[in-house]
Design a protein around this ligand. Sequence first.
Ligand code: HEC
Length: 164
Amino acid sequence: MNHTFASALAGLLIAGSASAASIDLSKLPPPSSQQGVTYAKDIRPLFQASCIRCHGGERAKAGLHLDTLEGVLNGSKDGKVVVVGNSVKSPLVLAISRLDPKTAMPPKPRPPKGPNPFNSAQMPPDGNTNAAASGSPRRMPPPPKPLTPEQVGLVSAWIDQGAN
Ligand code: HEC
């Protein structure tokens, strides 16, 4: 095998195997300049709105509990998701920045299979037209909202300040 080809191949293999390294970290939203960021005051409300539905209670996805500070710091069944003092190295920040579609959180809702679940057969039987009019049938919660770049920056600032 010719040497140039071999090293090009090696380069390809490395690039292909290290998916985390292929994320352009310069695209991460800058940490917020807000001081004194705390879990209880600033972060939990964000997680409450977008994450705790899946990462709370006994059946928390990946064993990751985002509903308490302790749970966040304990991480998932696969390990820590927050590196205290280093937001850029924290898997949680990479997940919420959604730079890598494979690890993006919250995950994209799967397209419904089969008949459209929003069809009239699924409407509340009691003639409640409010839910229908507002476009939100009661049984289907709206998909969880991704965090905004500002919110991601606030989470980064919280981690960089010591994740208190
Ligand atoms: C719709 C359900 C759902 C929502 C909402 C959701 N997650 Fe997840 N999350 C999952 C699932 C499922 C996994 C496991 C993914 C896997 O193993 O492939 C996961 C995995 C993770 C992981 C990786 C854990 C590890 O170590 O492997 C992190 C970090 C994470 N979520 C953070 C969040 C954050 C932060 C939010 C809110 C912004 C959020 N998730 C919202 C379902 C959800």
